[in-house]
Ligand binder design. Structure first.
Ligand code: FAD
Ligand code: PYC
Length: 417
């Protein structure tokens, strides 16, 4: 695969960009693979990439029913942070954040990771206490997070309205400076390109319709719209559709799937320097490199597989945005869309073994898995390669919903929760 470099970009600019290769192949499925990954989102593609690059396992297929990155990976609002409460979460989200810091270089693909800072605003005494608790817990884990007064919030993000006369006045905020955003499509494409160049087959427009088990009950392959594909190990990474896929092997998952939506404004000149989230008023905002304001809120209140959310949620969010940032009141909204997120009872993911031999799962990232993409792929690749969890994903078992060792991150799941 031709590398992107200053030199290759200049030479292609002078050559009307005629010399670039396809970024990944479109192979027909082989009869069988060492590992089949169900789901070509960021997590599935990252898993394939690390299987090949870290474990030398290249006889791998990623099976995607639509197009890669067409699920939540390409629909999310790209907030990346590691300010979760518990040690287990600090382990995985900070592992991911460290990988983000070198990802463009690792993949030779610009994922446009921008550490512009994520500021979580507090609007009541409960917020203040909860965010300060997160700040202290994060610091104990060596994760940057700091408490800002109301005036310091305004200095960090001048568009914030700090008038104390509004319904939810700003009482301070927790700032993670190393947090930020990245370009979601580029993450899927970069991992796809890296995996493909190491021999991984990425098979798009191919839906998994069944999971075949042998007489002992072990999973041995997947039935797809392009025929049967055998597999020594299967990793299901299907986000909002995970329960449906796992049901094919007879495994009932502790997941609920909800629509989560976002919207963007017309593009304007750079006017918003960071990411601001507000759990209390249920809104968050950043500005994309194209200039659009990227806005989102919470999930719909009912389970659904519709990639479209309720209009009243958007209205409520825009009310909140107008109160926090009155200068945006006259902005026009351009597009809105939704994704289907897979939510666990404790708002933490499930990564590891299942009761079915050779069948592994990585799901439950709910409203907040984009930030974890590199870390999740990295530890899931280890799990698939060795058959045992990496120490970082060891706590995130399916079994915790039986034993009661939950990792309750409802507060850190934040606005979208
Ligand atoms: P996906 O990208 O959804 O990939 C799963 C893939 O599996 C899909 O492409 C799907 O087509 C495929 N699939 C499903 N069933 C089958 C089948 N039977 N056969 C073959 N393929 C199948 N997270 C953050 O960290 N920060 C944010 O700011 C953020 N904002 C969000 C905003 C919105 C509106 C949404 C919807 C989500 C947001 N998230 C955010 C959550 C984040 O997008 C997800 O947690 C993450 O992208 C999940 O990645 P994934 O690769 O597991 O899933
Ligand atoms: O996990 O930070 C997050 C998030 C923000 C919006 C949706 N998810």
């Amino acid at each position: 695969m031709r590398r992107f470099s200053y030199r290759s970009l200049i030479s292609e600019a002078l050559n009307a960009h005629q010399g670039w290769q396809r970024q990944w192949r479109a192979p027909d499925p082989k009869p069988s693979y060492d590992v089949v990954i169900v789901g070509g989102g960021g997590h599935g593609l990252a898993t394939a990439y690390y299987l090949a690059s870290q474990h030398g396992i290249t006889n791998v297929a990623v099976i995607e029913k639509g197009w890669i990155g067409g699920g939540n990976t390409g629909r999310n609002t790209t907030i990346i942070r590691s300010n979760y409460l518990y040690d287990e979460s600090a382990g995985i989200y900070e592992h991911a954040l460290k990988l983000w810091e070198g990802l463009s270089q690792e993949l030779n693909y610009n994922v446009m990771f921008s550490q512009r800072g994520v500021l979580m605003l507090a609007h009541n005494v409960h917020d203040v206490q909860s965010f300060k608790r997160h700040v202290y817990a994060n610091r104990l884990n060596g994760i940057d997070n700091e408490w800002l007064s109301t005036e310091e919030c305004k200095a960090f993000c001048p568009p914030i309205n700090i008038s104390q006369d509004i319904r939810y006045p700003v009482m301070g905020g927790a700032l993670q400076r190393r947090a930020g955003t990245a370009r979601h499509d580029a993450v899927a494409w970069g991992y796809a390109r890296g995996a493909d160049s190491r021999g991984v087959d990425i098979i798009q427009n191919c839906e998994v319709k069944g999971i075949r088990r042998d007489a002992s009950g072990a999973a041995v392959g997947v039935e797809t719209t392009r025929g049967y594909i055998g597999a020594k190990r299967i990793g299901v990474v299907a986000a909002g559709n995970t329960s449906v896929v796992m049901q094919m092997a007879g495994v009932r998952m502790p997941l609920e799937s909800y629509p989560l939506q976002a919207l963007v404004s017309e593009p304007v000149k750079p006017c918003f320097p960071c990411v601001v989230m507000s759990n209390a008023v249920h809104a968050y905002l950043s500005q994309s490199d194209k200039g659009e304001l990227v806005i989102g809120a919470g999930t719909d209140q009912y389970v659904s597989y519709s990639q479209q959310g309720g209009l009243h949620i958007t209205n409520h969010t825009l009310d909140a945005i107008c109160e926090m940032f009155p200068q945006f009141t006259r902005m026009k909204m351009l597009r809105s869309w939704g994704g289907v997120v897979d939510v666990t009872p404790d708002r933490s993911p499930i990564i590891g073994k299942t009761p079915v031999e050779n069948l592994f799962v990585n799901c439950g990232w709910g409203t907040g898995g984009f930030k974890a993409t590199p870390g999740s792929g990295h530890v899931f690749a280890h799990t698939l390669a060795t058959g045992e969890p990496h120490e970082i994903n060891a706590p995130f078992t399916l079994d915790r919903f039986r034993t009661g060792r939950l990792i309750d991150e409802a507060a850190a799941a934040a606005v979208a929760h």
